[in-house]
Design a protein around this ligand. Sequence first.
Ligand code: HSE
Length: 298
Amino acid sequence: NEIRVFCPATIANISCGFDVLGVALDSVGDEMVVRKIPEKGIRITKLEGQDLPKETERNVAGVAGLTLLEASGYDGGFEIEIYKKIKAGSGIGSSAASSSGAVWAMNELLGRPFSKIDLVRFAMEGERLASAVAHADNVAPALYGGFTLVRSYDPLDVVSIPNPPELYATVIHPQIEVKTSDSRSVLRTKITLAQGIKQWGNVGGLIAGLFTNDYDLIGRSLEDHIVEPIRSILIPGFDNVKSEALNAGALGCGISGSGPSIFAFCKGETIAKKVSESMKEVYQDIGIDHDVHVSKIN
Ligand code: HSE
């Protein structure tokens, strides 16, 4: 009647894959305890680690959970304890971790009446609350693991993508606040055909590289000519961090989600650690507090 779950952080978008490509990080995440209760509804009884609302309707785990509860026909409810390790607004899927952790745990406690794609749909309601747009690029990898592609939103179609065995992600979080809603509102809503051609060439290249373990192709495809040039203006030091990461041997580097975190993909742990050091030095030099993680992609 009770389950404890790990709720992974996620990098999404991944450069060229705005709102469609994401990956789960196995070594960074929250924990959550969910238990069945006879009373109807959802109660968040503990929320540690971040200053976030505990009221069900104002909490992403609460809202995602209510959507599942309504669809399930179960006449009891759930109690949730949330232990946040992912900082809200850091760009590594804090809200997605809570939304997807809640619905995954509830589905287990109810005997798995729902498929993974159903769980993505429920968790997206948490994302709608957090960023006003029900994007699925964070919740899909949080629920499926590894890399996922949201091939289509309507109808919702999520595809799991394999990853090469030696792929590592380095993520640095400069401690400045960039709200997803702000970093979405600066984006243009129209692109040119020439921009589209570059972007979908890179998305295809990235997917092909992940399927064939072609690290160089992955690196060449980690480009974004549409979103990154606009959003990077909101992240101090971005250009330097990127060039230092590439100089230190990263395959590619970009904004994690809506920022301010910056990620780099690397081949092997040794290079990933070297890259993390070079990224750190940029923020040490400009005097911005930061934390950095190196994760193997599984
Ligand atoms: N795909 C979303 C964005 C992720 O980039 O706005 C936000 O976490």
